[in-house]
Design a protein around this ligand. Sequence first.
Ligand code: HEC
Length: 111
Amino acid sequence: MTKFIFLILSVSILTLSSADAAIYKGQREFVKKCLKCHKSGQNFIATYKMKKWKKWMKKKGKPLANIHLKSKKAKKSWKYFKSKKYIKKSKHLRQFLVEYAKDSGNVPACN
Ligand code: HEC
């Protein structure tokens, strides 16, 4: 029985920290790739609700990429949004963005 409780405990600690790691990776990606155009950072993320971010980050972030690829003003981001790197990081970005969306109740503990 003790063994069982211990197992549950360690599994939940593991899943918790891997979620945190993904959010952290997403944050790093956001700071590096998005902030130069969306300067308001956290405020920018909190402008939108979780549902909206989830929608934009569907299918490995395709809808979000399309918004940018359609806009000439966002031309400097095209290379990134077309890259494999973006597709790879989209999962982390999604976690980060949803975590700090308007209705999430979270405030990032950065800077
Ligand atoms: C080169 C500058 C640039 C970069 C880099 C960039 N964006 Fe944008 N983004 C724009 C512009 C310009 C628009 C407005 C597009 C339009 O409506 O014509 C936009 C629109 C958006 C929108 C839609 C807002 C709305 O109300 O429709 C979201 C969400 C968004 N960006 C998120 C991001 C995220 C997340 C990243 C990083 C992965 C990012 N952007 C990187 C320039 C950029």
